[in-house]
Design a protein around this ligand. Sequence first.
Ligand SMILES: [Zn+2]
Ligand SMILES: [Zn+2]
Length: 456
Amino acid sequence: MWICSVECCQNASVRVTGDCFICGRHLCYKHVAPTFHTCPDLDDEKDYYPAYMQADQKEIEMISKKINYAALESHARDLRLGISCHAITLPLDRKTQYEVIGGMNVHIKVQFEDGVTWLARIRRTNATSPPPVVRDYIFRSEIATLRFLEKLNIPSPRIHGYALEGDVGNEVGVGYMFIEELPGTPLCWGDLTHGQTRKIVAQMADMAIEVSKHPMDSIGALHLPSPGTIGPIAREELCDLVNGNLRTLGPFTSMQDYWATYLQSILAQILDRQLYTLHPIDAYLIHRFLLDLVPQVWTAEKEPCYLKHADDKGSHILIDASANITGIIDWEWALFAPASFALNSPKALFHIQDFFAGETALSSSESYFVECLEGEGRADLAKVVREGKQSLFFDFCCAFDGRTDWEGWMGVFKGLRKCVGVDDGLNWDEWKQITLKRYENDDGVKQLLARGALTD
Ligand SMILES: [Zn+2]
Ligand SMILES: [Zn+2]
C-alpha cells in the first residue's frame, strides 16, 4: 500500500506492523527491524504508552490547525438554508477528548441556533491511515451506505452533506461529512441488568430481520455516485495502490469467489513481505489451509446479499437509560454478503473468552438471539446463527493479528478445525509438521523455506 519511508528504499512497507503510529513512518520488512527502527513497541508498555499519547496529541493538534472552522460553519449554514450555527473546536485536553475523538475519526459538533446538532465526521490522519486515494474511496462508500440505511427501519445517522479533502471549493482544509448526532451512549454489557441485556438482544434480532428485508445481488460495497449498485469491497485489506493507481477487489458473485480471491491476495502479500513478516511460514500455512477449506465452508452459489456492519463488537450500538437502541453508528467498511456471513452472530453477542478459545457452543446471548429470531417466525435466520460457528471461525482465522494475540489465533483455528472435522485435535507443532509436508510442493512454501525466514 505504502512505499517504505526510509530514503532511497523502494520496498513496499509492511501492512499494519510497518505503519508506526509513534514516528509516523511506513517501514518495509528490512527497516521495521529493531536495528533500524527504535520506537518502543507494544511489548514495552512503560515506554510505548507515553510515546503513543504524545503522538496522538500531536496528530489532534495538527488536524485542529488544518480545519477552517468558519468555512465548516458556512457550509453547514448553507445546507440548512441560512440557519446560523457554531462549530465547537476540537478539545485539545485529554479529559474531554474521548467524547469526540475515536480511533478512526474525530467529530466536531456543529450546533444550530434552533437546537439541532450535527457532527462533522473527519478521518484521522496518521501512519495507520490508508493513503488519501484509498481513504476517500472508503469515505465515499460510507456515505453511500448511510444513504442506503435511510430506507431501513434502523436508527442510523442521517447524512446532510460532505466534501472530500481535494474537492474544488472545499475551503475547510480536510474531508468531512455532516451527520446527525444521535442520542445515547455506547453499549457496555457490564453496565446492564439481565433484563436490559435481553431487551437489547431482542432489538438486535429485530434489526437483523429488518436488514434481511433489503437484499442486494452481489458481494461488495456501495459507492457514490450510484448507491443503488454494488461495487468493489471498500476496505484497506482488499485495496492496493500500484504506481498511484487504486486496485480493488470485487464485487463477487459467491462466497467461494470472495474467499478464494481474498486468501490469494493475502498469500501473495505474505510472499511479497507485506504481511506477517515476523512469522511468514506459520501465516502462509494457515491461509493456504484456509484456501483449501473454502469449498467445504462456503457455497459457490449466487445468494442474496445483506448489509454487514464491519465492526459489530458492541460500541457501534448506542442505547438510552431504558435500554432502547437509539443508534447504530460507524459504518465505514460495511459490505454486502450472503446471510451466512452478514446475518451470522454479531461479535457483540460472543462470549469473548470462549470464542477465542475455540468453543463451538453458542453463548447465552447468542442463544437468546436465536430464540428471538424464532419467536419472530424467522427460523431461517435462527439457523444461520445456530450453525454459524464454522463460518465465524473461518472468518476470524483469516488475516488475524497473530503478533498481538497468537493464543487467540490458535483458539479460533482450533475451533475451525473442530467444526470442519479436518486436523481436529492436533496441537500447533503437530499440525505445522503435517502441513509443511502436505504443502511441500507449493511454490509459496518452497519460496519461504528457501528464504530461511528468520523467526519460524
Ligand atoms: Zn516508529
Ligand atoms: Zn525500507
